[in-house]
Structures are given as C-alpha cells and as structure tokens.
Design a protein around this ligand. Structure first.
Ligand SMILES: O=P(O)(O)OC[C@H]1O[C@H](O)[C@H](O)[C@@H](O)[C@@H]1O
Length: 528
C-alpha cells in the first residue's frame, strides 16, 4: 500500500473519543473488509454476551459467579439496589478514610501523621495499585507507597530497611481478595514481626482489603485493625483496580479516584456500542484476532512512550494472559488459547530488543501508547526548535514506520495526557477488549484454573520439608539421601528432597550436606 492509500486507511479506521481525547489507530493491522465481515457473527455474540454479563448473568460459569467490575464505576448498572448501595458506600468510606489519614484525624499512636504505606499483596492485589501509583502519584504524595508483592525475604528486608526510621508512621495495607494467598499472608507476618520489634502494635497501623469473612478479614476483625474494606466475589483480582483494592491505595496517595472512575465509566459507555468500527475495545479485539489468527499466534508487545506508564505492560500481562490463557474453551474443547504480553517503554526498548522486532522472528504485533502532552510547563530546546518531547514523538513514529515496512503490524493508542481519567479509561478499554476477545475465541475470561496446580505442588513441597526434617532430626549419624527419602516414605520424591535440603543447608538452618556437590546422589546429610 502506498503512502496515500495508507493515509486513507488511517483516516477510515481512526477511532476518536471526544470526551476523553483518546485516539485508537488500527490502520497498521492488515485486515481487510472481508475479514471484518467474517467476524461479524462472532462479534454479535460477543456484544450479546457482554450485555448479559453487565446485567448480572453468571458470566464465570466454572466459579458460578457474576462478573461486575463495570458496576464499580457505574453503580446504577449493578443488578440489585443492595449492590448499588454497597458500591457507593464503600467508595464514600474509602474517601473519608483517606481524607482522615491525610489530615491526621486518623494518625498513628506515636506520630501526628502517617507518612508512608506498605502495600502487601500479589497478582491482581498488587499490579493495579503499582501501575496506578507509578502513573498517577504526585511527585510528593501525602503518603509514599512501597510494595511487598512477593515472598522474597531479601525483598521484604529491603522495604523494611528503607522504612526503618519511619515505621512508626507507616500504614500497612494487606490486600488479598481471598484472604488466604500464602505470599501476602507471609509478608504480613514478617511485617507484623518488624512492627513488634519496634514496639509498635501492628493493629493500629494495619488495614485489610479482602472479602468479607475471609481468614484475613476475621484476623483483622479479631485484632481490631485500623480499618477493613470489602472485596466482592463478583470482581476478579485482575479487574479489581476500581474496587477497594485499587482505590484505597490511590486515594491515600492523593490520586483523584473519582476522576479515575469517571474515565473508566466513559470508556465503558463507549465500548458498549455494538458496532465494531465505533467501539474501541472491539477494534482492539478485532486487531488481536487478526494478528494472532484467533489463536494467539503473535505476542502483544506493549510500548508506552511515557515513563509513568511503564508498568502498563506488566499490568496487562496478568489481565490478558490470566484471562485468555486457557486450555479449554467454554464447550470443553482443548484449545490452548492465550496471547503473550510483554513490553516496557519506548524509546528505552528501542535500544534493547527492538532490533529483533524489526528484523528477527515476526511473532508479535506492537501496541504503541502515545501521550500528546510532553510535560507540564514549557520544554527547553535541545536543538533549534526541537525538544526532547519532539524526539520521543519522532522515535515512536519512526519505530512504527520501520516495523510496518518490514511487515510487523501495530496498533497505536493516543491519549492527551496521563491523568486519572485517561488511566481509568485505558484500564477500562483493555478490560472490555479482553472480555470481547474471550467471547470471540469462546473462553471463560474470568477464572484461572491453571494457577491452582502450582499452588498445590508448592504446598506439598512444604509438607514434605516438614516430614523430612522431622525424620532427619532423629538420625544420629549422617545418612544418604536415598535412605532419608525411604524413611520419610517419599522415595519417589528424592529430587524434591535433595532440593529442599540444599536450600536449608545454604541458609544454615540445621542441615548439613556432605560429599561431592556435583553428584547429588552421593551426598550424605545430617542435622547439625
Ligand atoms: O487477592 P488474592 O486472593 O490474594 O489473589 C492474588 C492473586 O492470586 C492468584 O494466584 C490468582 O491467580 C490471581 O488472579 C490473584 O490476583
């Protein structure tokens, strides 16, 4: 296609949302009209499915749950007045709590204000809050947020060390929808011990965000934590940014959560339109379907050209991959669906892996996120008449063009600036696109059965560790791994036992391995 024809195609397919000032350009995805027509029946079904979902249908059949993240930003849509009221009240409580914390009406026992937040959570209970903090927190927020989103002891230490002089003014958010995920539970126990070590009573610093009556909720209630905010079973972790999960940390950091919700609502309205060409989420789903042949054959590389959006790809990774990455479709056929997502930010990534994108294996399509406003205030000129922002803008256009010339397709989303409304809109846009695409490929976007296998295996390893260590402690002399495994009744699991022992040995916690480390089968082990 020559330049004029491309320009025409650009204009034909350009989507613009006036209220949000958001553009979506899918012209560099090479579908034709016949392809769009061929998907029409699937889209009709997807729009109908989505309408049912918004009305409160059991859209997550495996877990027998409604899927209601759209109600969070438009509570009147909720299927019952009780739910509407609950959403509205929770939002009011969140805002009231944040205001009291910021003004010092709620303050820690030994300081006049809270200054910092430790947010403990993982997956959907971390990625949204992290993305939004990075995108929207002011440079000098009323409370500065720090995340514990893993079970890495050194990572936990790092956060606690940074805060060792301000723990007495640090609020702790423990975020877990289920209230039973091991990582946040363990993080909470470690942080609690650190508070005890500073003679601080944890409950006076702690806030729980979790489902009503979960283990975490009960603990927070029993111990009299500072506050508790509810999570709902009809909101999935990966779509929970507009629930208390995302709103509490955002409001505490001084982010305008109402504006974020408004932006999402406006986008929801726009993506409810049942006409592909005039629905930005449908245009995304159409492009993903075309690019990956409806089978996820191409990865989605997400490149925001704005530092504050660099966690967007990480956020989308869970939203897209946990939603679409499914073994079976809704009819039980084995389909192995999904779309792999990765990315970081431009132009930084141009100096890393864009070489491969341009010339190497063509197994991806790119999504550029462009922000029109360079910075607040004027820019200095780097060269005569040229600013850093002009360079960044040029880098984006250049990469888009260079990729297209080499048959690498791309989508471009353009927003006027990074603010609560546009961030809310971006989140809503992708939530809807994922939902529509899931319908196109007939998978349940709202469950995650595959995650359980790893969790169960991990639990059985920890159980094995307890058994093996108990057996070892009764031994008087060093014993071979084979013997130990047999005595623990776990001969089949010798490799796992070896790895457990090597780990305990490395941490000098009462186990000594001796012998040739190159030949694990020849090692003997003793309790020290
Ligand atoms: O919020 P939680 O219940 O602790 O869950 C945190 C995360 O854990 C799981 O592994 C799920 O796969 C995620 O979807 C979820 O976001």
């Amino acid at each position: 296609m020559d330049a004029r024809a491309l320009w025409q195609r650009y204009q034909n397919w350009l989507y613009f949302h006036e209220g949000l000032g958001l553009y979506l350009d899918v012209s560099r995805i090479r579908f034709d009209d016949a392809f769009v027509d061929s998907l029409r029946p699937k889209f009709d079904k997807a729009f109908a499915d989505m309408a049912q979902l918004e009305k409160g249908a059991i859209a997550n059949p495996d877990e027998n749950r409604m899927v209601g993240h759209y109600w969070l930003r438009n509570p009147d849509l909720a299927p019952t007045p009780e739910l509407t009221q609950e959403i509205v009240q929770t939002l009011e409580q969140i805002e009231a709590f944040a205001e009291k914390v910021q003004t010092g009406a709620i303050h820690p026992p030994r300081a006049s204000r809270f200054t910092d937040i430790i947010s403990i959570g993982i997956g959907g209970s971390a990625l949204g809050p992290q993305f939004v903090a990075e995108a929207l927190a002011p440079d000098f927020p009323p409370l500065k947020i720090h995340f514990i989103d893993n079970n890495d002891p050194a990572g936990i230490d790092r956060v606690l060390n940074h805060l060792r002089n301000s723990l007495a003014s640090t609020l702790v958010l423990v975020i877990s929808k289920s209230g039973g995920t091991p990582e946040p539970r363990n993080g909470m126990i470690e942080v609690k011990k650190a508070y005890a070590g500073h003679n601080l009573e944890f409950a006076q610093y702690a806030v729980a965000i979790t489902s009503v009556d979960s283990n975490l909720d009960k603990l927070a209630k029993d111990e009299g934590w500072l506050a508790r905010f509810p999570m709902y079973d009809w909101v999935g972790g990966r779509t929970s940014e507009m629930s208390a999960v995302g709103l509490v940390p955002a409001a505490l950091q001084g982010i305008d959560v109402r504006a974020m919700l408004d932006g999402a609502k406006e986008m929801d309205d726009a993506t409810r339109v049942s006409d592909v060409k005039n629905n930005p989420a449908a245009l995304l789903a159409l492009s993903w379907y075309f690019a990956g042949n409806g089978k996820g054959e191409k990865d989605m590389v997400v490149l925001p050209y704005k530092d504050s959006l660099f966690l967007f790809s990480r956020y989308l990774q869970q939203l897209v991959m946990e939603s679409l990455g499914k073994e079976k479709d809704l009819d039980g056929n084995v389909v192995h669906q999904g779309i792999a997502v990765y990315g970081n930010k431009g132009s930084t990534d141009q100096h890393a892996y864009v070489q491969q994108l341009r010339e190497g294996v063509a197994n991806f399509f790119a999504t550029f996120i462009e922000v029109l406003e360079d910075r607040q205030g004027p820019s200095t000129e780097i060269d005569p008449g040229v600013t850093s922002g002009d360079y960044l803008s040029g880098f984006l256009q250049g990469t888009r063009q260079a990729l297209y010339e080499n048959h690498r397709d791309s989508i471009t989303v353009t927003i006027p600036q990074v603010n609560p409304r546009t961030v809310g809109a971006l989140i809503a846009l992708y939530e809807r696109a994922v939902g529509l695409y899931a319908s196109l490929v007939n998978v349940n976007a709202y469950h995650q059965p595959g995650v359980e296998a790893g969790k169960k295996a991990a639990a059985s390893i920890l159980d094995l560790q307890t058994r093996v260590v108990a057996v070892l402690q009764k031994e008087k002399a060093p014993i071979s791994l084979d013997e130990l495994a047999e005595k623990a009744g776990a001969s089949e699991q010798i490799e796992a036992i070896y790895k457990i022992l090597r780990h305990i040995h490395a941490n000098q916690r009462g186990v000594v391995l001796q012998g040739d480390l190159q030949k694990p089968g020849s090692l003997t082990v003793s309790a020290s």
